[in-house]
Ligand binder design. Structure first.
Ligand code: ADP
Ligand code: MG
Length: 350
C-alpha cells in the first residue's frame, strides 16, 4: 500500500457527480500534481484529503491509518491555497506560529520552530512584518511556512502560484520543489497549468470531468498520452488522418505515401486512424528515408526567443512546427514554400 492511498473516492453535490472512482497511491516523499481544466474536480479531491469535504464514497489512508472519518485537525495535513490566506492583523511570525499555538505548543519551542520555518523559506528577517508589507510571492512563502510548521505528514497545495506574476511564479515553484525535496514531504499540488505540472512533478494525474484520465511521469504523459484529451491538454498537437494498411507493423497511408510507424496500431486493416505529432517532432528541411518528407507553405511565424513556432499548411492541414532559434539563420518567411520532415516513429496513434 502506498503512503497516501486514495481508493475509489467519490463526491457528489446533489445529483452532480464531480469526483468519480478516483484511485491514486502516492509514495512517501513523492510530489504529485493534479492537472486539469477548471471545474474538473481537483480542489474537491484535495478538500476530501484535507477533511474539509466528506467523500460520498471511498477511503483515504495516510501512513496505514484510515483517516476518512477524521476531522481536518486530526489528519496532520498542511494546506496552502491560491489566495494568500494569511491573517492580516498578525505578524509573519504569529501567522507561522498560529497552528502551533492552537495545538498548545509552549512559547519557547514555538519560537524556535517559527525561526526554523522562516529560515527554510528564506525570510529570516521578516518575522516582525505584517502581510501587507510583503510581496505576493513572499506572502505565499509565509503561507507555506505556516502549513509546514506543525510538521504535517502530507502537504496539499491548491494552485498556490496562480495569483502571481509569471517570473515570480517560476521562481517560487522551484523554491517549493526544493523545500519539498529537502523535507521529503509527501505532496499533492493542484494546477491547471500543464507546463507548471510537468516542470516540478514526479508524477502527474491528468483529470477530466472528475476522472483520472492518466497517471504517469511528465515524460510519459507528454510523449505517450493515453487519450486524446490528455494529448491535447498537455501540449500542442498536430493531427493527420491516415488509413491503416497493416496494423501489426504500423503501416499506414498518409497524404498518398506509405509510412511505417514501426509499432503496432490498435486498429483493423482499412480503419481510419488519427496520427498526432508534437510541434518539435516536425523539422524544417529535407532528410533521407525513413524520414517522411512533406511539402508545406508557411502561414505564420512566431518568434518566441529560444524557439520559433512556424505555422504551415501541409496537405490542406495547418501544422505547428517548433525550431530552435539560431542567431546566424533568419526564420522562414510567411508565404514561402518549404520542405518539412518527420520521423514516423514519433507519431502518436489516437
Ligand atoms: P477544480 O478545482 O478542478 O476547478 P472543483 O473541485 O472546485 O474543480 O469543482 C468541481 C465541480 O464541483 C464544479 O462543477 C463545481 O461547481 C462543483 N462544486 C465544488 N464545490 C461545490 C459545492 N460546495 N457545492 C456544489 N458544487 C460544488
Ligand atoms: Mg480548484
Amino acid at each position: 500500500m502506498a503512503y497516501l492511498d486514495l481508493s475509489h473516492l467519490e463526491k457528489s453535490f446533489g445529483t452532480n457527480r464531480v469526483v468519480k472512482d478516483f484511485t491514486l497511491g502516492i509514495e512517501q516523499g513523492e510530489f504529485v500534481s493534479l492537472l486539469g481544466p477548471s471545474g474538473c474536480g481537483k480542489t474537491t479531491v484535495l478538500r476530501m484529503v484535507a477533511g474539509f469535504e466528506q467523500p460520498s464514497g471511498g477511503q483515504i489512508i495516510i501512513g496505514g491509518e484510515d483517516v476518512t472519518r477524521l476531522r481536518p485537525n486530526q489528519r496532520k495535513i498542511g494546506m496552502v491555497f491560491q489566495a494568500y490566506a494569511l491573517f492580516p492583523n498578525l505578524t509573519v511570525a504569529e501567522n507561522v506560529g498560529f497552528g502551533l499555538k492552537v495545538a498548545g505548543m509552549a512559547a519557547g519551542e514555538r519560537n524556535e520552530r517559527v525561526t526554523e520555518m522562516l529560515a527554510l523559506i528564506g525570510l529570516p528577517e521578516k518575522g516582525g512584518h505584517y502581510p501587507f508589507q510583503l510581496s505576493g510571492g513572499q506572502q505565499q512563502r509565509v503561507a507555506l511556512a505556516r502549513a509546514l510548521a506543525p510538521r504535517p505528514k502530507v502537504l496539499l497545495l491548491d494552485e498556490p502560484l496562480s495569483a502571481l506574476d509569471a517570473k515570480v511564479r517560476v521562481s517560487l515553484r522551484n523554491q517549493i520543489r526544493q523545500i519539498q525535496r529537502d523535507l521529503g514531504i509527501t505532496t499533492i499540488f493542484v494546477t491547471h497549468d500543464q507546463e507548471e505540472a510537468m516542470s516540478i512533478s514526479d508524477r502527474i494525474v491528468v483529470m477530466n470531468g472528475g476522472i483520472a484520465e492518466q497517471v504517469g511521469e511528465p515524460f510519459t504523459i507528454y510523449n505517450q498520452p493515453a487519450t486524446r484529451f490528455v494529448a491535447n491538454f498537455v501540449g500542442t498537437l498536430n493531427t493527420f488522418e491516415a488509413v491503416v494498411d497493416e496494423p501489426t507493423t504500423g503501416t499506414v497511408t498518409l497524404d498518398g505515401q506509405t509510412v511505417s510507424l514501426g509499432k503496432k496500431i490498435e486498429r483493423l486493416r482499412g480503419d481510419k486512424v488519427t496520427l498526432a505529432l508534437r510541434p518539435e517532432a516536425l523539422h524544417l528541411g529535407q532528410a533521407p528515408a525513413p524520414a517522411m518528407q512533406l511539402q508545406a507553405t508557411v502561414r505564420e511565424v512566431h518568434f518566441m526567443g529560444s524557439i520559433i513556432r512556424v505555422k504551415a499548411e501541409v496537405a490542406d492541414t495547418m501544422v505547428s512546427l517548433d525550431t530552435f532559434n539560431r542567431p546566424d539563420t533568419p526564420p522562414p518567411q510567411v508565404g514561402a514554400a518549404i520542405q518539412v520532415h518527420l520521423n514516423p516513429g514519433d507519431f502518436i496513434a489516437l
